[in-house]
Design a protein around this ligand. Structure first.
Ligand code: AMP
Ligand code: MG
Length: 491
C-alpha cells in the first residue's frame, strides 16, 4: 500500500499547523519502526465522533499507522519542544517519547492532535529509550476515558497497540503505543520554553498560534495576551475544581503537564482518593506531598504564575506594568477556583440556591468524613441514594447532627425533593476507577492477555452517573487496605 492510501481509508484528515511556528518549537521526527504491532484496544465511540473508520484502523495498514510504522500522506510528524518545572525545578523537556502525527480535522471542523505516545527516541529523549510499556498505556486509556465520562475535560485515548518489543524497566515489559487525542499539546511548559530560549517575536508567534487555536473569540481584542492569561486561569480553575469534586489526584502537576486548552493530560501516577483525606498522595516519588489532593489548587496557582511570568514580555512594554497586570490576573485564581468548587459541592448535596452558611455545612461534612476515614465517593453516593445506613458515618453523633442540618437546608429552596435528588445523581458518580479494580484489569490484560476484565471496567466507567445500574462490584472497597496504594512515574 502506498502510505497515502491510508489517509482516505482510515478517515484521517491530517494537517500540521504547528509546524508553521518557528523551527525551534519542534523537530521533524518519524516514529521508530516497531517489529510486530498488534492492536489491543480501540475506542469505537471516539472513532465515530472523529469521523474515522474503525474497520480500516483494524486492518494491517491501519494498525501500522497506529504503531507509527506507516505515516498517512499529508502528515508531517513532529516532536514538540517544551520545558517545565518538575517538582519545582526548571528543566528542558520536550516530547521524549511521543510524536505528533498531525492535527485531524473532524467532520464538525474541530482540530485535534493525534499523538503516538511511546513511539521511540526523539531529539528530546535525553537518556530515555522513548518507549512506553503496556501497563501504563492501558492505565492512561482507562483513566482518561473515565474522566471523559465523568464530564471532566481530558485528552482521550483512541487506541493501544503492543509493539512486539520488550522494553527494559525494572524488569522486561511489553512495549506499547497509545494513540492520544488532544485539543492540543500546548502546555504551560511550552510557553516557559519560549520565554527562556526564544526571541519576543517567537514567543508572540506561539501566543498568536494559541489564541487562534483555542481562544479565537479574544484574539482580535485589545491586549489579547492578557485575555489569554485570563482564559487559561479560568479554565484551570474550573478543571482543578472538577478534579477535587470527584477526588481525582493528578500526581504530577508539573508545569509541562498543565495544558493551555484546560484538558487534563499525562496520566502517570494519578489515582482517585478512597477515604477522604486532603493529604492523600499516591505517587511513590512525591515524598513531600507537593501534589497531594488538598494541595492541587495551590499548585494550580503556582503553575499559572509560571505561565504568567512567561507571558510578561507580551503583556506590556513596561516591565512593572506587565508585572502588575499578571499579578492581578493570577490573584483571581483562588476565588475562581473556590466559586467553582462551592458550586459543585452544593450540587453534590442537592442544593440549588445559595446561603452563606453553605460553605460551613460542606466543610463540616468533609471534616467528619476525614475523622472517620469515610470513603469520599461512596459517602456522596449513599447520601444520593438515601441509604445512609450503608455508610460508616451512620450513627455517629456528629454525622447525625450534620444530616439533620442538611435535611433542613434542603427545605429552604423552591426545588422539589425529586429535583434535588436528580441534581445529586448528576453530580455524584456512582462509580469511579477504583485503584484495585484498575490494577485487576491491568493484571489480566498485561499478564494474561485477557482484556475482558478491562472491557467490563470500561463499560462500568462509561456511565458513572447512572445510579440505577448494578455496580456493587465497582463500588466496594478493597478487602485489605493495610498497604497504601502506590503509583509510579517510571512508565
Ligand atoms: P511525563 O512523566 O510523561 O510527563 O514525562 C516527562 C518528560 O520525560 C517528558 O519530556 C517526556 O517526554 C520524558 N520521558 C518520559 N519517559 C521517557 C522515555 N521512556 N524516554 C524518553 N523520554 C521520556
Ligand atoms: Mg508530561
Amino acid at each position: 500500500m502506498k502510505e497515502g492510501k491510508a489517509l482516505i481509508e482510515t478517515g484521517f484528515n491530517l494537517e500540521n499547523s504547528y509546524s508553521g511556528l518557528p523551527e525551534k518549537f519542534f523537530a521533524m521526527q518519524r516514529p521508530s519502526h516497531v517489529p510486530s504491532p498488534k492492536l489491543v484496544m480501540l475506542n469505537y465511540p471516539l472513532i465515530k465522533s472523529l469521523g474515522l473508520n474503525a474497520e480500516e484502523l483494524q486492518s494491517t495498514d491501519g494498525v501500522d499507522i497506529l504503531a507509527g510504522n506507516k505515516i498517512p500522506e499529508g502528515a508531517m510528524p513532529i516532536a514538540q519542544a517544551y520545558a517545565g518545572h518538575q517538582f519545582g525545578h526548571f528543566t528542558m523537556l520536550g516530547d521524549g517519547r511521543a510524536v505528533l502525527i498531525g492535527e485531524h480535522i473532524t467532520p464538525l471542523g474541530e482540530r485535534v492532535d493525534i499523538q503516538l505516545k511511546g513511539s521511540g527516541r526523539t531529539p528530546y529523549s535525553r537518556g530515555g529509550d522513548g518507549k512506553a510499556s503496556l501497563g501504563p498505556m492501558l492505565r492512561e486509556y482507562i483513566i482518561s476515558e473515565a474522566m471523559n465520562a465523568l464530564g471532566i475535560p481530558t485528552t482521550r485515548s483512541l487506541a493501544v497497540v503492543t509493539t512486539g518489543e520488550s522494553i527494559m524497566r525494572e524488569t522486561q515489559l511489553p512495549g506499547a503505543i497509545l494513540t492520544r487525542v488532544a485539543a492540543s499539546h500546548i502546555r504551560v511548559g511550552t510557553f516557559q520554553y519560549a520565554s527562556k530560549w526564544s526571541t519576543i517575536e517567537e514567543l508572540r508567534a506561539l501566543a498568536d498560534y494559541t489564541l487562534q487555536r483555542h481562544f479565537q473569540e479574544v484574539k482580535d481584542k485589545e491586549n489579547p495576551y492578557l485575555l489569554l492569561l485570563q482564559q487559561v486561569i479560568r479554565n484551570q480553575a474550573e478543571l482543578i475544581a472538577k478534579w477535587q469534586l470527584v477526588g481525582f489526584i493528578h500526581g504530577v502537576m508539573n508545569t509541562d503537564n498543565i495544558t493551555i486548552s484546560g484538558e487534563t493530560i499525562d496520566y502517570g501516577p494519578c489515582a482517585f482518593m478512597d477515604a477522604y483525606d486532603p493529604s492523600t498522595v499516591f505517587s511513590s516519588i512525591d515524598i513531600h506531598g507537593r501534589y497531594a489532593y488538598g494541595n492541587q489548587p495551590n499548585i494550580g496557582a503556582w503553575d499559572l504564575t509560571r505561565f504568567a511570568e512567561a507571558l510578561l514580555p507580551l503583556l506590556h512594554t513596561d516591565e512593572n506594568e506587565a508585572l502588575k497586570l499578571a499579578q492581578k490576573e493570577v490573584s483571581h485564581f483562588a476565588d475562581l477556583y473556590k466559586n467553582n468548587w462551592i458550586r459543585g459541592m452544593r450540587a453534590k448535596l442537592g442544593i440549588f440556591n445559595e446561603e452563606v452558611a453553605d460553605e460551613a455545612l460542606i466543610e463540616e461534612l468533609l471534616s467528619i468524613m476525614q475523622k472517620y476515614g469515610a470513603d469520599y465517593t461512596n459517602t456522596f453516593r449513599i447520601l444520593t441514594s438515601g441509604k445512609i445506613e450503608d455508610n460508616i458515618l451512620f450513627g455517629k453523633e456528629e454525622f447525625d447532627k450534620w444530616y439533620k442540618r442538611w435535611q433542613e437546608r434542603l427545605t429552604r429552596q423552591e426545588e422539589s425533593e425529586i429535583s434535588s435528588r436528580e441534581l445529586m445523581e448528576r453530580s455524584n458518580p456512582a462509580v469511579i476507577p477504583r485503584n484495585h479494580r484498575v490494577e485487576e484489569a491491568l493484571e489480566a490484560a498485561v499478564n494474561q492477555g485477557d482484556y475482558r476484565v478491562m472491557e467490563r471496567l470500561l463499560d462500568a466507567l462509561s456511565k458513572p452517573y447512572d445510579h440505577s445500574r448494578e455496580l456493587d462490584y465497582y463500588t466496594t472497597l478493597p478487602e485489605t487496605s493495610t498497604c497504601p496504594y502506590r503509583t509510579y512515574c517510571g512508565t
